[in-house]
Design a protein around this ligand. Structure first.
Ligand code: S3P
Length: 748
């Protein structure tokens, strides 16, 4: 609608037909809000109407709808839904064309049909509506002026509904605290059948079934929490619900059929003691129930606040000491779910990162029908469905902030029999996807991007063939995406990387019994090769702590005099230890203790003590090995004596944010002499002042500036930090435990 209406309130004469909980509550709330001048109540029961006047809900009443609506500005029909047609019949003759009419019927198709019968066509001044509020109580004594606060009201306007009428009704509901939504009549009836009408039907049926049993006395005596919670709504008004079920009969029946099918599946699973099927239903339901508000908003499951909701206030801290364990490796966590899902048999994972990114991957596979238990304290159990067992998801797969999820899944899902769409948050929606889409198309996949960016639409039913691919950029995500597609391709898939990138996919494939050949072609170049068509066997995976998360503490303890900190069980895969190599070259004191192998990956405890750092030219060969750690390495450089120069890192411009620009801006805000270049940064070490920086929703930048605060002269305020939860949900708690001082606040 393009018209702009200023306030159409107050309403001079509001007529409420049916002064019960719904009608009375609107009248009272509107009076209280000062948006109506006079309220006239209409009903059949005079005692009730008198009581409504006594309670101050209405100013006056009449038993005759026809006389009441004369001269009315707005008529609100709040009778049981099956009574609406009768009311319309009675008011038809006396209704003036200027009078706006709306209703509260819980089904809208039937109201529109009634309007057509009574008026021939639905009048433009009629705005069908439905407040989603109410309670198991009813009648005038239940009236509550707060009933609509923070509740939704759905309006279902028709093409000929007058904009002025629609806007007046919208303003009235908004004035009493409701949130007004619009949808079409059919959509409304289907949604309400599933979310409201079906649960009421089931509650009535369950209580009635139990009440009929001989031992009902005993059953009700002992029926505590579960029964009470499940059946509260069986105390609702029977007449009203009788009407609603009949009014929305078709949609309720079709919801009931789907539900019956679900119950039948559960019954079979129970009868056959099929634990996997049972756990599948329960874990999917639990995840959906725990997070349904986020599902509604189409957000990642564990995202706790909106991107701009959290600010860190970080102060200089004490020397860091003690022994800590940081969360599980993000890259390995993603891969454990992906390979576990398409393996045969069960996979048991420990040390899983319960951060938003890896949980987005987990949820994506649940959406594709994989039964996954957990995560619970880092433990996850995946019931593999085999290479052909994934099912079409009910909607698009939402991957939040996670580039790894999207790029790897693009490969894995390129050869499934079903279509799939991959979407993400605003940061992910701006990241380049052609780097995987292009070679996957060469393999035979049919993939659409939006100008090279998400959403990615992948067509089902493509037959892939292996390719020989020389990657233009050193990217583990591209390599992994092609290898995962290669599992489904005919023939050999070969990927050549221009420089070593993290090799967790290759290692884990081997751990799942898949043959992967790796050949060193030169100092830098490596060839990775596999044959399509093989099977993966479920496995046990112990995920080490993430060196990318440990990096913040490696730098923190290096720059605060007196620090001596140990970070336990950290993955030190040679393709990930750029951070250690670079810091050591800068003069850091880091020891790798107790080296061992866990779950196919090398791990160690890292002991780090304060040391004076010096600026260096960062060696080119270390860049891909430290690609995620540059934000915090820039902080180390700012604390070092002399100049640090980074080149050949243009990749940083397309991470969760443009990490070169955002870091340069933040460093400048803290008075550090830092100059961005197209492919890197030049940083002069020196004093760090306090100030305010914006992390642009990039988790690693938020954490990096928290480390800078340790040695800053004044407080460092870091904005947009909610996404720290993508990789390190307990960062602040752990940081404060070892001597840092970070307070979490809301953005002002
Ligand atoms: C990752 C690979 C890297 C890294 C990302 C995780 C992975 O990206 O930056 O955080 O798990 O494969 P590129 O492969 O694009 O460099």
């Amino acid at each position: 609608m393009t018209q702009n209406f200023s306030s159409l309130l107050p309403i001079n004469r509001l007529v409420v037909i049916g002064v019960g909980l719904i009608g009375g509550s609107l009248a009272q709330a509107a009076r209280k809000a000062g948006v109506v001048k006079k309220v006239v109540g209409v009903g059949r029961n005079e005692v009730n109407l008198k009581r409504a006047v006594e309670l101050g809900v209405i100013d006056e009443y009449t038993l005759n709808p026809a006389t009441a609506v004369k001269n009315a500005d707005l008529v609100f029909i709040a009778t049981p839904v099956l009574g609406i047609e009768n009311v319309l019949d009675q008011i038809r003759e006396s209704l003036e064309a200027r009078t706006i009419v709306t209703d509260a019927g819980s089904a809208k198709g039937i109201v529109v049909d009634a309007l057509k019968r009574v008026f021939e066509e639905v009048p433009g001044n009629f705005v069908p509506g439905h407040p989603i509020a109410g309670s198991e109580k009813s009648g005038i004594n239940a009236v509550d002026e707060m009933l609509y606060q923070q509740h939704k009201v759905i309006l279902t306007p028709l093409p000929n509904t007058e904009p002025r009428a629609l806007e007046t009704v919208r303003q009235l509901w908004t004035a009493v605290g409701a949130q007004v939504l619009e949808m079409n009549v059919q959509q409304h009836d289907q949604i309400l059948a599933a979310t409201s009408h079906l649960p009421h039907l089931l509650a009535y049926s369950l209580v009635d079934t139990l009440a009929k049993q001989d031992e009902n006395q005993e059953i009700f005596r002992y029926a505590a929490g579960g029964f009470r919670d499940f059946t509260r709504i069986a105390s609702s008004d029977p007449t009203m619900w009788h009407d609603i079920f009949l009014a929305n009969r078709q949609a309720v029946l079709s919801s009931l059929d789907k539900f019956s099918q679900g119950v039948a599946e559960l019954r079979t699973a129970l009868e056959q003691k099929d634990s996997k099927a049972m756990m599948g239903i329960f874990t999917r339901a639990k995840a959906a129930r725990d997070h349904f508000t986020k599902l509604l908003a189409h957000r990642a499951y564990v995202e706790s606040m909106t991107e701009s909701d959290i600010t860190f206030y970080a102060e200089a801290g004490q020397p860091l000491s003690g022994s800590i364990r940081v969360p599980g490796d993000k890259s390995i966590s993603h891969r454990s779910i992906m390979l576990g899902a398409i393996a045969e048999g069960e996979t048991e994972v420990s040390g899983f990162l319960e951060g938003e990114d890896s949980l987005a991957t987990l949820q994506a596979f649940r959406d594709m029908g994989v039964v996954i238990e957990g995560p619970h304290q880092g433990k996850v159990k995946i019931y593999g469905v085999g290479r052909s067992g994934l099912k079409k998801s009910p909607g698009a797969l939402y991957l939040g902030n996670s580039g790894t999820s999207m790029r790897l899944l693009a490969g894995l899902l390129s050869a499934q029999p079903f279509d799939v769409e991959l979407t993400g948050d605003s940061s992910l929606s701006g990241r380049p996807m052609e780097r995987v889409a292009k070679p996957l198309r060469e393999m035979g996949a049919v993939i659409e991007t939006q100008g090279g960016k998400p959403p990615m639409k992948i067509k089902g039913g493509s037959r892939l063939h292996g390719i020989h691919y020389k990657m233009p950029v050193a990217s583990a995500q591209v390599k992994s995406s092609l290898l995962l597609a290669g599992l489904y391709a005919e023939g050999t898939t070969t990927v050549i990387e221009p420089a070593p990138t993290r090799d967790h996919t290759e290692r884990m494939l081997a751990g799942f019994g898949y043959d992967v050949k790796v050949r060193q072609l030169s100092d830098m170049q490596r060839e990775i090769r596999l044959e399509g068509g093989g099977k993966l066997k479920g496995s046990i995976i112990d995920i080490p702590a993430d060196i990318s998360s440990a990096a913040f503490f490696l730098v923190a303890a290096s720059i605060v005099p007196g620090s001596d900190l140990t970070i336990e069980h950290v993955g030190i895969n040679p393709t990930r230890i750029g951070i250690i190599n670079i810091l050591q070259q800068m003069g850091a004191n880091i020891e790798l203790l107790n080296k061992r192998i866990a779950g196919g990956e090398p791990v160690a405890d890292l002991r780090v003590r304060y040391s004076r750092l010096k600026g260096i030219d960062i060696p080119q060969d270390q860049v891909p090995l430290a690609i995620d750690e540059f934000p915090v390495l820039f902080i180390a450089a700012a604390c070092a004596e002399g100049t640090t120069v980074l080149k050949g890192a243009e990749e940083l411009r397309v991470k969760e944010s443009d990490r070169i620009q955002v870091m340069a801006d933040g460093l400048e805000a803290l008075s550090v002499n830092a100059k961005s270049t197209p492919d890197g940064m030049i940083i002069e070490g020196g004093a760090i002042q306090g100030g305010t920086v914006n992390s642009h929703g990039d988790h690693r930048i938020a954490m990096a500036f928290s480390i800078a605060a340790l040695v800053a002269k004044n407080q460092v305020v870091i904005q947009n930090c909610a996404n720290v939860a993508t990789s390190f949900p307990d960062f602040v708690e752990l940081a404060n435990r070892v001597g840092m001082t970070i307070r979490i606040g809301k953005n002002s």
